[in-house]
Design a protein around this ligand. Sequence first.
Ligand code: ZN
Ligand code: ZN
Length: 165
Amino acid sequence: MENGEKPEHKSSPFVFRQSEIRAGGGLHRVIECDTALFADALKGTGELLSLTAEADFSVGSGDLLLEGGIKASAAMPCDRCNADFKASLAESFDEVYEYSVESIDIEDLVRQALVLAVPAKILCSDGCKGLCPSCGANLNAGPCKCGPGQDGPFGALRDLKNKEP
Ligand SMILES: [Zn+2]
Ligand SMILES: [Zn+2]
């Protein structure tokens, strides 16, 4: 005998039924997220390329514990050299749900984690050399015409000092 699965609500990959999780003794789910749904979380700092969320529910004595996390990649400009690069973002989250909560929606948790995953300073690499303060050349591509050892207005000041008798 087969029961056709009846969707009781609009199907969302982020909504879980408490009763189903408890009946199964927990639940582990990996969700490939629709990036269009979460693009706003980057607040214009970049373009979301991929987003994977992981949810791990375990059954406690009076509540459910959710441990999860996100992994994302985004195209964003480096704060130091301004070049677009592909950033890898990751963040974890956890939450406790009372048994009285039947419908568990983790979409907001995923969105918050993505917001938190974006660092205050985004660098294309730890060793990014940035832009030349004088001519604006990207120094990652090689030294600019300003020559070695120059450092903008301070370099000019130092040159003046050196000319003093
Ligand atoms: Zn850079
Ligand atoms: Zn330069």
